[in-house]
Design a protein around this ligand. Structure first.
Ligand code: CAA
Length: 258
């Protein structure tokens, strides 16, 4: 499959990578690019040889937001009649974990698409922000919700109301991201995490991702019941039998993903 705005590859066994590739526009997210991202991620999700995905940009920009030049010509009804950005970035629908590997500008829709991933690894030069306020709009791809849940109300408000930018270390400190690494290392760190995911039982990985995501949607009681259900599903898997046998026999488990 060949794409115009993204580059797709497999940097390691079991790992699929989607790289945003509109460097001339700091990877601004236009509709064509987002369609390609969705298509590529769905293809990796359906590929039994892939266990985890990486979504990345380039060292200067993960993405500087939704494409302002494209939105400039759009009416309210145009926006209403297209797939919403929240739905486009709904990576919960992917059963395989997605790791954002971000560097440089991670702004607006760029920050939102990163937050829609399951984990975020950043280079030291990554800058997070929601500058929509400067355009007379508000975040439209989950920013008001995901940033607030990640950072708490006070800091999220400041970022969205005053365009305060958050550097990588601050983002780590406040729990927005998983890791910070030097520019020449952050991709290796992301690939390393993706490999660790890909090497586990894909049955258990899928059930875990689903249950963690429910923590955002459910009360504690409902979430605990959901976890119990997924725990029981895992107990019925061949991988459960293999995992426990391998522990007792002091050997490495051979996952069947069944
Ligand atoms: N949309 C379209 N084009 C963009 C863009 C965007 N979000 N961000 C950057 N570009 C383009 C610029 O227009 C410029 O193109 P030209 O050379 O053709 O003029 C090119 O990328 C390089 O950008 P700059 O010259 O501006 O680069 P800089 O280094 O001086 O500044 C920046 C970098 C601070 C990120 C600045 O580009 C900027 O402020 N970009 C907009 C950021 C923004 O407002 N993002 C939110 C968008 S709205 C949104 O995302 C809504 C949502 O919730 C989904």
């Amino acid at each position: 499959m060949s794409y115009e705005h993204i580059i797709v590859d497999r940097p390691a066994d079991g790992v699929g990578r989607v790289r945003l590739n509109r460097p001339e526009a700091l990877n601004a997210l236009n509709s064509a690019l987002m369609d390609e991202v969705n298509e590529a991620m769905l293809a990796f999700n359906g590929d039994a040889t892939i266990g985890a995905m990486i979504l990345t940009g380039n060292d200067k920009a993960f993405a500087a937001g939704a494409d302002i030049k494209e939105m400039d010509g759009k009416t309210q009804i145009d926006m209403l009649m297209t797939v919403s950005l929240v739905d486009r970035f709904d990576f919960k629908k992917l059963s395989k974990p997605v790791i954002a590997a971000v560097s440089g500008y991670t702004l607006g829709g760029g920050c939102e698409i990163a937050m829609a991933c399951d984990m975020i690894v950043a280079s030291e030069s990554a800058v997070f922000g929601q500058p929509e306020i400067n355009l007379g709009i508000i975040p439209g791809a989950g920013g008001t919700q995901r940033l607030t849940r990640a950072l708490g109300k006070a800091l999220a408000m400041e970022i969205m109301l005053t365009d305060r930018k958050l550097g990588a270390q601050d983002a780590l400190h406040h729990g927005l991201i998983n890791r910070v690494a030097p520019l020449d290392e952050y991709m290796n760190v992301a690939v390393g995490i993706a490999q660790k995911v890909a090497q586990r039982s894909q049955v258990a990985i899928r059930l875990t991702k689903e249950a963690v995501n429910k923590a955002y949607e459910m009360t504690l009681e409902e979430g605990l019941a959901y976890e119990r259900r997924n725990f029981l599903v895992a107990f019925g898997s061949e991988d459960k039998v293999e995992g426990m046998r391998a522990f007792i026999e002091k050997r490495r488990a051979e996952w069947k993903n069944r």
